[in-house]
Design a protein around this ligand. Structure first.
Ligand SMILES: Cc1cc2nc3c(=O)[nH]c(=O)nc-3n(C[C@H](O)[C@H](O)[C@H](O)COP(=O)(O)OP(=O)(O)OC[C@H]3O[C@@H](n4cnc5c(N)ncnc54)[C@H](O)[C@@H]3O)c2cc1C
Length: 348
């Protein structure tokens, strides 16, 4: 029998952040993860704490940003792997009325750290920017696939690549037992697959399907992340990540011809150089009714915890959310009310 402090289910951005927090605090762990099945491995990994559609900050955006970047830098240094690709985001304006909105936003506290107070009118090769663009700084992309793959290799003896079997979970007075592993508690970090978790699937994890294309466009030559109706983010070697759709009704993982056409139509609005499609993939973002993370303990079984609801901003949200959950579980501190799953249990 292997005895650890914590059993973690899922190694996407949430699970990885939590395991890293445990490691830093010298707590032992074991991970059960169904390899390559999460939304983290298809995400562009863009970090941007603003909402460009509305020219405002995301909830808690600055604090998430301040915690996230040092977190990834530290892991990258320890693992000796390149994962952080800082790049400006060019917000392509839809019309000239957005110029004024941009300048007003760029002057606002918080946003002024990210939005540069200039309307750029220069042409960018291959890009349709009829009304110019605004530049965001301190943004970029984390290569989430490489991060997770590299991380896995460092915890080889502490990970089982398999689907978690709920029928094998025993809840004991002093902890849990799962097959040959005993732990003080278990933290579920399953992303959208939480809808199949019998202990937490009463929570309003709505989910939002996103389809994306990986395109090759040798003539585009953009080192910035372009933001028009979708993101087009450079991956190197003439490849770009283009997406994503936000689909509320279809919760299947299948890609669709309609989804592909939708992305191609948006690409056509943003660039005027040829491209070929290399890949078409999709996954479901773990979005919540009130757009806040889902952290906390099961109402009856205090050995069972949840780390979910990272929505469409997992890269920025995961590291600080992980600190909050760790302080709650291991140090008895309260969770911020906005993220505590009690907010739904009290209503019901
Ligand atoms: C198209 C798209 C684009 C996105 N772009 C961005 C972006 O640019 N920037 C950004 O910050 N966020 C982005 N996101 C959101 C981001 O992907 C999520 O916020 C984040 O990845 C969620 O992480 P997670 O660990 O909660 O879930 P997941 O990444 O889904 O990970 C869950 C893990 O748990 C495992 N698992 C689940 N159930 C079980 C089980 N029963 N047994 C064993 N293992 C299990 C899965 O295999 C998986 O490895 C995007 C999402 C999508 C879909």
């Amino acid at each position: 029998m292997k005895e650890v402090n914590v059993l973690v289910v899922g190694l996407g951005l949430a699970g990885l952040a939590y395991v890293e927090t445990l490691r830093e605090n010298q707590k032992s762990f074991h991970v059960i993860d169904q390899s390559g099945a999460g939304s983290s491995v298809i995400a562009a990994g863009i970090y941007n704490p603003t909402v460009l559609k509305r020219f405002n900050m995301t909830w808690n955006g600055e604090e998430f940003h301040q915690t996230a970047l040092p977190f990834y830098t530290k892991i990258a240094q320890r693992l000796k792997v390149s994962i952080d690709y800082p790049a400006p985001i060019y917000k392509l304006f839809n019309d000239s009325s957005e110029h004024n909105q941009w300048m007003v936003a760029a002057d606002r506290s918080g946003l002024s750290n990210f939005l540069l107070p200039t309307i750029n009118k220069d042409t960018i090769e291959g890009v349709k920017a009829l009304f110019g663009y605004g530049e965001l700084q301190s943004c970029g992309r984390i290569n989430t696939t490489r991060l997770i793959e590299a991380y896995k290799t460092t915890i080889e003896t502490n990970i089982t690549e398999a689907c978690f079997d709920f029928s094998a979970l025993e809840i004991l007075p002093e902890g849990i037992r799962y097959k040959n592993i005993k732990a003080k508690h278990i933290v579920f970090c399953e992303g959208y697959a939480m809808v199949n978790n019998p202990f937490f699937n009463h929570l309003p994890l709505v989910g939002s399907k996103g389809q994306i294309l990986i395109i090759r466009s040798p003539k585009l030559n953009s080192t910035a992340i372009l933001k028009g109706p979708i993101f087009i983010a450079p991956l190197g070697d003439d490849l770009y990540w283009a997406g994503a759709s936000f689909e509320q009704h279809d919760k299947s993982l299948e890609t669709t011809a309609k989804g592909k056409q939708w992305i191609c139509d948006k690409i056509a609005k943003m660039i005027d150089v040829p491209y070929t499609i290399e890949k078409h993939i999709s996954h479901i973002r773990p979005t919540v009714k009130d757009r806040r993370p889902l952290l906390g303990a099961h109402p009856q079984h205090k050995q069972l915890y949840l780390f979910n609801g990272l929505g469409s901003r997992g890269v920025l949200t995961a590291p600080l959310a992980s600190n909050w959950l760790y302080a709650f579980i291991e140090e008895g501190k309260s969770l911020p009310a906005a993220v505590d799953i009690d907010r739904f249990q009290k209503i019901n």
